[in-house]
Design a protein. Structure first.
Length: 95
């Protein structure tokens, strides 16, 4: 079993996103076909990329995937509650 990753091991931008969620801006986007449009969203803080394929007729999300920066992801067994990240975020502010 992997050793759990602790919040103080996260770089500041990664901790911010794990605490509050990502801050997205639209990057490259293009029509994939007459039925689908691909949107690339990039997080301003941690540079995670979210790629959505949207059905241009229904507006439904046909697929979604993420591309994370090295060091952002934790293994399934390492996941922590968002409250744990919040406590670490406050600890860093108080320094």
């Amino acid at each position: 079993m992997a050793k759990p990753k602790v919040p103080d091991e996260y770089q500041d931008p990664f901790l911010r996103c794990r605490t509050f969620g990502h801050t997205w801006h639209i990057g490259d986007s293009e029509e994939e076909s007459r039925s689908f449009y691909r949107f690339v969203l990039i997080c301003d803080a941690c540079k995670t990329r979210r790629i959505d394929a949207i059905n241009s007729r229904t507006g439904g999300v046909a697929s979604r995937r993420y591309e994370y920066q090295e060091g952002y992801q934790a293994a399934r067994a390492e996941g922590l509650a968002r409250t744990t990240y919040r406590i670490e975020f406050i600890r860093r502010i108080r320094r």
